[in-house]
Ligand binder design. Structure first.
Ligand SMILES: [Mg+2]
Length: 234
């Protein structure tokens, strides 16, 4: 098995169960703001939100839209779809209330802590490498109690480009004072984490818990369905 010096690990939906934590937060804000006036139920709202949010993140990762645009649009879009009055103001309120709650979620992906306990003594350098927003990521890690496992966080917002742009991976290699052949990237997003790392010659572990079909012919270095499998690779 190949030896690596440095691990780069994605945060959201790789270690931190962002999907569950954010769903909880949104359900709370949905009730707080009385959204039942506009939507059949929370699932109705959440499906509209999730579908459009995914499209916006693709555009954000490509550098086509700003984070302020993303944050305004993703909360007003579901309201516009159902014809709610004052969609802009209400969407902004939803955003504000959500931002208070999003960093408080504690749920981790299955076996995340166990695997971090295993990895920490074996590697000198472990970094979070994330496209998430700077002001949220540190607080999320603190809420989930995993901040102490890492030597640092490399965040796209601090650098000015998002994964999969090669510059963020090259920056990460400089921060870790290493080279591409000595590092490996672990992440759940094929286009962003896996193709981005491959683009600069970093080996990759694609965490694919739902067993999604691979979107490209190029195989990742490793594909895992459970974080526990990292113990065999690393
Ligand atoms: Mg992710």
């Amino acid at each position: 098995m190949k030896q690596y010096d440095v691990l780069f690990i994605d945060l959201d939906d790789t270690l931190y169960d962002f999907s569950s934590n954010s769903r909880d937060a949104y359900e709370e804000v949905y009730a707080l703001l009385g959204y039942d006036r506009y939507f059949d139920d929370f699932q109705h709202y959440y499906t509209l939100y999730m579908d459009y949010n995914a499209q916006l993140w693709v555009r954000y990762a490509a550098g086509e839209i700003t984070r302020d645009y993303l944050n305004a649009e993703r909360y007003t879009h579901p309201l516009r779809v159902v014809g709610a009055p004052d969609a802009d103001a209400l969407g902004a309120r939803f955003w504000h209330e959500s931002m208070q709650r999003l960093p408080l979620g504690k749920r981790l992906m299955p076996h995340a802590r166990e695997v971090l306990d295993y990895l920490r003594p074996r590697y000198h350098k472990i970094y979070i490498l994330s496209n998430g927003f700077t002001e949220l990521q540190a607080r999320k890690m603190q809420s989930a109690g995993i901040g102490h496992y890492f030597d640092g966080m490399i965040l796209s917002e601090d650098i000015g480009v998002n994964k999969p742009h090669p510059d963020i991976f090259l920056h990460a290699l400089r921060v870790a004072a290493t080279t591409a052949d000595k590092a490996i990237m672990v992440g759940d997003n094929f286009e962003v984490d896996i193709e981005g790392a491959r683009g600069v010659g970093i080996d990759q572990v694609y965490y694919n818990p739902l067993g999604k079909p691979l979107p490209s012919e190029a195989q990742p270095t490793h594909v895992i369905g459970s974080l526990l499998e990292l113990k065999e690779i690393l």
